[in-house]
Design a protein. Structure first.
Length: 337
């Protein structure tokens, strides 16, 4: 792939032209996306025009926007060359990473994505943390025995934790994976649920099943669950257990009470790793009940061997509208306080 010399900016519009040439037409097709939807996404968000001519892309626009488009297309193409598919959300994430704030420092976040400094390899796919906070979070999961991942929805807290769990399990570093979350309804009463115990609690555990299905083939996942080498269970089922040689994830920890949180944290056994994820802005506990996540943050701050990873709306990797929604709520909470 090569980038040609740039056309001088037009005095009237301030726009200039960049030429990107790609050596592999097959990868170029993947880069552009179905019906060129990836290019359309960049055009609408950066205010540039991208024209595809054979194995060339012409990018027309203001200098900053055009340079950002070139950086994003270059990063994505290099990712494809390394065997990583372009996934939903990658374009939006890279647009955010290309902001001046993300480019600060000796190595910006966009550069970290491009060079693929840190990757998580699972049986089905390879995961590359997209933001600086995700990079630091992944390192903390690999390097420390107990980590808290705290931040808004859509920042990849649980997804990355499950991916690291699968990688460590596949590498033989742990013997089992245990995923848990409180069975708390999100602001509504569902009433009586039919079925046996598994059928009653499975709706609460579904996000954990979804993450595992992304990283393990279906038949292998089913076999591992039948052998109880992978367990998905409500938080209440953890009492009385000692969890040794396991990778343990507690999701939606903001809905654990103080007593539940203390109980869960003290389940940690020899050779295990534990990750606690939660969003302090989405507490569904009854009025007057203190969140165990908030209490743990206060009590365990500074305790040796425990790390805290924090995320903001800038780390959201879902639909770009999710990040804007979170920022709007954060602004409202600030002005209402």
């Amino acid at each position: 792939m090569g980038i040609s010399a740039l056309t001088p900016p037009s005095p009237e519009t301030g726009q200039s032209l960049s030429h990107l040439e790609f050596s592999d037409n097959r990868l170029l097709v993947d880069l552009c996306g179905e019906f060129d939807r990836n290019l359309t996404h960049l055009e609408s968000h950066l205010g540039v025009q991208i024209i595809r001519r054979g194995n060339l892309l012409d990018i027309i626009g203001a200098e900053d926007a055009r340079a950002q488009a070139v950086s994003i297309l270059t990063a994505l193409y290099q990712s494809l060359e390394e065997g990583r598919a372009i996934e939903e959300g990658d374009i939006a994430a890279l647009i955010r990473l290309g902001t001046p704030e993300a480019r600060e420092g000796p190595q910006g976040q966009l550069e970290m994505f491009r060079t693929g400094q840190l990757e998580i390899r699972t049986r089905k796919k390879m995961i590359a943390p997209r933001t600086k906070a995700q990079q630091e979070y992944t390192r903390a999961l690999l390097d420390t025995e107990l980590n808290f991942g705290i931040g808004p929805a859509g920042t990849g807290k649980t997804y990355i934790a499950v991916a690291v769990a699968v990688q460590m399990f596949a590498d033989g570093m742990v013997d089992k994976i245990i995923l848990s979350r409180p069975a708390v309804e999100a602001g509504e009463r569902l009433g009586f649920l039919p079925g046996d115990m598994k059928e009653k609690v499975d709706p609460y555990m579904q996000p954990l099943y979804d993450a595992l299905n992304d990283f393990l083939p279906g038949k292998q996942l089913q076999k591992l669950m039948e052998e109880r080498r992978i367990e998905i269970a409500p938080l209440a089922f953890m009492r009385g257990r000692t969890l040794s040689n396991a990778f343990i994830v507690l999701d939606e920890a903001q809905n654990a009470t103080e007593m539940q949180m203390k109980m869960f944290l003290t389940r940690l056994g020899e050779g295990s790793r534990m990750v606690i994820t939660g969003d302090r802005s989405q507490i569904d506990l009854p009025r007057g009940v203190q969140s165990g996540l908030r209490a743990a943050e206060r009590i365990l701050d500074g305790v040796q061997g425990i790390t805290f990873s924090y995320f903001t709306s800038e780390d959201v990797v879902r639909h770009p509208l999710v990040a804007r929604i979170i920022r709007a709520y954060e602004k409202d909470e600030t002005t209402s306080a």
